[in-house]
Design a protein. Structure first.
Length: 398
């Protein structure tokens, strides 16, 4: 089976690979193609998490999660086994690298390093912003969904982490072809689109019921980022994705997502125990067909499970700004509108803006990438770096 790795000529795009076959085969191809990147990522990862994952409570959680994966998403374990065999690393190392980026590891890291600081209760939840529109809200009635990836590091560290986000096109032998972002060691991916036109783009949320469940020793379900991989592989529309998200028990971490297909768009807010879906109102006003999400729960049904505006001011401001642009442009939103949102500097360009520039006085946040999906065109655009300084490069799902 022929396997290719591509590093596009444009310096502003992330490394891109294509894999195909069974879950194990795709993992092995990824491991072989990204072997050097995985090695570098291992050093980076150990610097962030090594002391935390030595905690016996965490190791027990990883072992318990294996059983949960085996029950609900065995293909993900097979892919991790393939990544291990392809890269030459132990399966246990690949498993830990994938799972140690989720609460309660985040909770342990927070207590160890930040000791309960209220101004940034979970510094390892990325400061990302997602946004989208469809139907009456767009100029041509077609769906558009976008996102800025923003990391909690200094500008120097953000540049160093560029190689640790890759764009992967998967053509599974028993699933739907899809493209998603990922770490080199995968297989989870935060955001992506499949060949049926299903888009899932979102942002992490610190959820209190997940923290409580972790502290109380309750079992974790499948972390939401892994569930995104599962839905992109098996679901062709919003309805199918929602059913899968509701069916499988979820992990400790929360997430807010814009989920869309060629006809529908919803905002999905997920916690350990709850899930809330906002559909467009029946009235066909263009502004009803826009959605956004940052790092807080915006619905009254979920708001009490997340951080308050005082605790996470930047998230609320980014969400409000994204919705302000979308609603004001409703009925005439185009691809250029999505680019403009990604590059928006209102309340910034640091701290509280959608496009965020890390500075000496604000060293913990810097936007390091962006994605825009066009399901009607089977096209995903990605950009590595700060959106106002770079350009997007397209990838076509064929």
């Amino acid at each position: 089976m022929e396997v290719t790795i591509e590093y596009p000529e444009y310096p502003e795009v992330f490394p891109f690979i294509k894999v195909s076959g069974t879950s194990y085969e795709m993992g092995k191809q990824r491991g072989r193609l990204l072997k050097d990147l995985i090695k570098n990522y291992m050093h980076f990862f150990l610097g962030r998490c090594a002391k935390v994952i030595e905690h016996e409570r965490q190791r027990e959680e990883f072992l318990r999660l294996q059983d949960t994966f085996e029950k609900y998403t065995p293909d993900l374990l097979e892919e991790m086994k393939g990544i291990a065999d392809g890269s030459g690393y132990k399966y246990e190392d690949i498993l830990v690298m994938n799972l140690a980026s989720f609460p309660g590891v985040d909770e342990a890291k927070r207590e160890r390093r930040y000791r309960g600081r209220s101004d940034y209760p979970n510094p390892f939840v990325p400061d990302c912003t997602a946004f989208g529109a469809t139907g009456p809200a767009t100029a041509d009635g077609q769906t558009l969904v976008g996102k800025n990836w923003t990391a909690g590091y200094t500008p120097t560290r953000v540049v160093e982490t560029y190689p640790y986000r890759v764009i992967v096109f998967k053509n599974p032998s028993d699933g739907i072809p899809h493209v998603q972002d990922s770490s080199p060691a995968g297989p989870f991916g935060e955001d992506g689109m499949n060949a049926e036109g299903l888009v899932q783009i979102g942002s992490g949320i610190f959820c209190l019921d997940g923290v409580k469940a972790f502290r109380d020793g309750k079992p974790s379900g499948i972390p939401i980022n892994f569930l995104n991989h599962e839905t992109l592989s098996t679901c062709s529309c919003v309805d199918e994705a929602l059913k899968k998200l509701e069916k499988i028990p979820r992990g400790y971490g929360g997430r807010g997502m814009v989920v869309a297909d060629k006809e529908n768009i919803v905002r999905v807010e997920v916690s350990y125990e709850k899930i809330h879906v906002k559909w467009p109102e029946i009235a066909g006003y263009p502004a009803n067909y826009v959605m956004a999400s940052a790092n807080n729960y915006s619905s009254k049904e979920m708001n009490q499970l997340g951080l308050t505006k005082e605790q996470y001011y930047s998230s609320y401001k980014r969400y409000e700004r994204a919705m302000e642009i979308l609603t004001s442009e409703a009925g005439k939103i185009t691809f250029e509108t999505m680019k403009r949102i990604s590059r928006d500097h209102v309340n910034g360009p640091s701290k509280n803006s959608i496009c965020r520039h890390g500075r000496r006085e604000d060293p913990i946040v810097c936007t390091h990438g962006s994605m825009i999906a066009q399901p009607h065109h089977n096209r995903v655009w990605t950009l590595a770096g700060i959106p106002c300084q770079k350009n997007w490069t397209p990838f076509l799902l064929e």
